[in-house]
Design a protein around this ligand. Sequence first.
Ligand code: GTP
Ligand code: MG
Length: 347
Amino acid sequence: MFKVPTIMTADEILDKAFRRANKIQVSDPNYRFRMQKLNSSKVDSATSVIDATLKRYVEAFPSFDNIPEFYRALIDLMFSVDKIRKSLGRIDGARKEITKIGSKSARQINRTGKTNYMAYKRTEAYGRVSSIVKALDPSLRYLDEVRNGFKQLPAIPTKYPTAVIAGSPNVGKSQLIGAMSTATPKVASYPFTSQELSVGHFMDSRDRYQLVDTPGLLDRPFDERNSIEKQAVLALTLLTDLCIYVVDPTGNCGFTLEPQLSLLDSLFESIPGMRFLMVVGKSDLDIPDHVDMSFTESFSEKMGDRYLGLVTISAKDGTGLDELRAILVGSLEAREPRLKEKKDIIE
Ligand SMILES: Nc1nc2c(ncn2[C@@H]2O[C@H](COP(=O)(O)OP(=O)(O)OP(=O)(O)O)[C@@H](O)[C@H]2O)c(=O)[nH]1
Ligand SMILES: [Mg+2]
């Protein structure tokens, strides 16, 4: 999604530049002019190659002010936006300095009559340029790592109204995303958690809506997470402020209601601003008699306007899915402006 070319090391850049310069041939019957042309062209060629190479790198990186917040947060998590910016700044500064050295040296070469001095000026320029490029090596290597990291970013469009799906393992999250989606949900990888996200879409008469399932991220209490995972969860809040919380009261998932509700509690406490829509699933199965279904009242009280209500569904026979879609469409339209990204980096 961010197309950045492979970034060469300092030595590779210098090799390329000097190899190009060494191939230069000039013709002039006059020895002095010939030497002048040869030395100034070599300096010019070497510094232009370096300038063009570094410029291409700097321009290939996205401008972090213009990318969706979700991606900026993930990149900041994997690397450091500040360090990337500084590295790019250093490279751009070096590039300008090298261009200056190139034109100044070429001018000096073209002004002198002494052929020894011409060669000396060229060697001197090479030396200065080499040490500047060599000093960039750590920045170049860092940016190449960042570039490789870009490939791991999950490909999730940010322009569609989005809801994230959470709930204990086996409650039916994947099944729900499949039943709601118009096409087979796509799977995207989520950096550092080695988790995958699955992304589905559905349409109402006008717009496209997006559902994101996060296996392994929102199915355990937040406190049991390491800090990377916590931040990964928080990055999700830049994508959406609506969470579909799936509860399975039938016991089919292997959990009673109690741990499922305390997970919801933990997500509510730890993800600021997230609104929750309770989805009670597997309605095609019987709920055991001892299960107390009055829990919803306390949630509605506790969560206030962050509680969007309850829908009973079955992903298996389709019960309640239309109602669920209608509630999502209504609630997502009222979402915060910050979540409405103007730009998108996914086609
Ligand atoms: N009867 C019935 N079974 C369902 C329904 N939804 C899901 N299941 C079953 O429940 C099991 C778990 O469903 P998944 O959709 O994989 O659950 P999940 O929440 O994605 O599970 P993890 O990804 O492991 O957290 C599967 O065997 C599904 O067939 C439903 O509406 N009715
Ligand atoms: Mg699943």
